[in-house]
Every structure is written in C-alpha cells, then in structure tokens.
Design a binder for this molecule. Structure first.
Ligand code: NAI
Length: 318
C-alpha cells in the first residue's frame, strides 16, 4: 500500500471549513496529525448571516476523533484574525487552504453592484487577506503550502456567474504569482478547480449526479499538494468524481509579422487561420518573449506583397 501522508506538528488553516469541501479537508488533516484551524463565518451560501455553529461542529468532530482543532468565526476578509488564531493556539502556520466561498448567481443584465462586490470580497480579497497574513510566517520558516480554490466557472465561463467567474480566475493569477514569489522560500502554491456535491451545487445539479461527486473525493489531491513531499507549484488542477487532471495554457504557433508598414490589420486578417491554429502548439509557463519575437520578425525577408486592410472584413492583396 502507498505510504500514508501525515502532517504531524504542522498547522493547517482551512477557510470555510464549517461545511462542504472545507469540512472534508479539516477532518482529514485532523486525522493525520495536524493542528487544524477550522474557519467559518457560518452564513448562508449567498453570504447572508453569520454564526459559530458550523465551525464548532467540525472542531468537535475532529476532537472527538482524537485530533487537534480550534474554531475561528471571522470572515476571510479579516484574514489576519484567522492566521492569528493559528499562531495563538499552535504557534505556527504551515498550510493555508483558501476555500471559503459564496455564490450570487444572476444574469449579467440583472447584476447589482452588491452582487459583484460581495463575491469579490469573499473570494479575492478574502484569499489575499489570509495569504498576506500567512506569508511572513511562511517566508521566515522557509516552508509553506497554499491552495486557492478556483472553479470551472472561472476557467471556462458559466451562465449567470460573471461575478463568480471573474473572482475565481483572479485567484489563478494571484496564485501563479505567489508561486513565483514563494518558490525560493519553499512556499508552494497551487490552484484547484473542484466539482463536488455541497449546498452550493445541490440546487443546480440533479441528485443522481451529485451522488457521484462526493466532496471527500477532492481531499486526496489537496493532501498531496499540501504535503511536505510535494514539489508541484503554480499549477491548476481539476478534481471531481474521482478524476484528477492538470490544466495548462496552450499557445498557438501563431503568425509572425514583419514590424514595418506591411503589418496592417489586413495582414493579420489574412493570417487568421494560422493565428488560431493549435497544430504544434506550445504550453508556455510565461509570456511571449517579445524582444525575441521582434528580432525574429526583423530578420524575415521583406513581404513579397503588401496587404491592404479593407475594414468591411475582406483582405485585399495588392
Ligand atoms: P459550501 O457552501 O458548502 O462551503 C463554503 C463554506 O465557506 C461555507 O461553510 C461558508 O459558511 C463558508 N464561508 C462563506 N463565506 C465566508 C467568509 N466570508 N468567511 C469565512 N467562511 C465563509 O461550498 P463548497 O462547495 O464546499 O465550496 C468550497 C469552495 O469550492 C468554494 O470556494 C467554492 O466556490 C469552490 N467550488 C466548489 C465547487 C463545487 O462543485 N462544490 C465547484 C467549484 C468551486
């Protein structure tokens, strides 16, 4: 059998751990030797209300099974208070799982400013505040494991979720940059896009589908990414229904234009098929080397013919 991953002596903060996926993570870490901070604001899935019962229940479960856990009832918008709970009770923080989340689904036509702002505050500002509070400890001890929770909605778009999609993809950029900044301090940062049955999905998916999307099936991926043996960083993973896969960017080979007056909209339109063709694509870990590209373009032979733009959509070759 494969070795059991353990987290003895480490402190794990799970935000939004009073229910759903966060609860599964917290219970797992509690059963594998970690000190767990069970954070939950205790409101509704739309972000209304607050209470201590959700976090308390999970803490009691962990303790009843012989694990170590404390509750924190702050909103992730007060990330310092959540990390302070870890430091005050356990003297350290090793793992941060940005998991707390809410939904405010509404078509873009009907979206109110408040729907946009609240989603941003919980997902993006919340993840920022928690990570920023944990970061000095991670750096000082030259160890940290951070997970942010994105969503298929952010990666692919999803009807009625402009607010949520924007926030979820923001967490990808946020985490990719943290991965770069944290690397030399052994702070590894990854993104997960889970799909699982929870109060968040029970209204949008049928029961027979939800049955096959158990929230505990997201735990093994989170466990591996937060373990000291992990070396993966700056990656995006999808997980759900027992399937785990990595996602990455793909860049088409594209077209190279000579940076002179032949580089017109018409010239671009003429090469459109080549620009969007993913044959021989690459999988970049960073942006285009703009200077390298420029040099390659300048070394090209002059274009044999000049393409004149025709703004009605046709390309006229002259
Ligand atoms: P859930 O609603 O069961 O759990 C979210 C928890 O976060 C709740 O216990 C809630 O009280 C807590 N929370 C909400 N706002 C908070 C705040 N300001 N501060 C602290 N805690 C707060 O939902 P679920 O499904 O477990 O979601 C967990 C994460 O996974 C979320 O970030 C969600 O957006 C994400 N996700 C879930 C998917 C799914 O299929 N269940 C799909 C894609 C992403």
């Amino acid at each position: 059998a494969p070795a059991e991953l353990r987290y003895d002596g480490q402190t794990v903060v799970v935000t939004g751990a009073g229910g759903g996926l966060g609860r599964e993570y917290a219970i797992f870490f509690g059963s594998r030797g970690a000190n767990v901070v069970v954070n939950d604001l205790g409101g509704s899935f739309k972000g209304e209300g607050a209470g201590s019962a959700a976090a308390d229940k999970v803490v009691n479960e962990i303790r009843a099974a012989g694990g170590k856990a404390v509750a924190n009832y702050d909103s992730v918008e007060n990330g310092e208070a959540i990390i302070k709970t870890a430091i005050d009770n356990f003297g350290r923080i090793d793992v941060l799982i940005n998991n707390a989340g809410i939904l405010r689904d509404v078509s873009f036509k009907n979206m109110k400013q408040a729907d946009w702002d609240l989603i941003y505050k919980v997902h993006v500002k919340g993840a920022f505040k928690c990570a920023r509070a944990a970061w000095p400890y991670f750096r000082k001890q030259k160890y940290g494991r951070l997970i942010s929770t994105a969503s298929a909605a952010g990666l692919f778009g999803s009807f009625g979720q402009t607010n949520y999609s924007a926030a979820k993809l923001a967490l990808v950029g946020f985490t990719e940059t943290l991965a770069k900044e944290g690397f030399k301090y052994n702070i590894l940062c990854n993104v997960i896009a889970p799909i699982a049955a929870s109060r968040m999905t029970e209204t949008v998916m049928p029961p027979d589908v939800l049955e096959k999307l158990k929230p505990e099936w997201i735990v093994p991926l989170v466990a591996v990414l937060t373990h000291k043996s992990n070396t993966e960083t700056g990656a995006i993973f999808e997980a759900g229904g027992g399937h785990i896969a990595r996602l990455r960017w793909e860049r088409s080979k594209g077209a190279l234009f000579k940076p002179d007056d032949s580089f017109t909209p018409g010239a671009v339109a003429a090469k459109w098929k080549q620009i969007v063709d993913f044959t021989d694509a690459e999988h970049p870990e960073g942006p285009i080397d703009a200077l390298g590209v420029l040099e390659a373009a300048t070394q090209q032979a002059p274009s044999p013919k000049t393409e004149q733009p025709n703004f009605k959509g046709k390309v006229v070759l002259v």
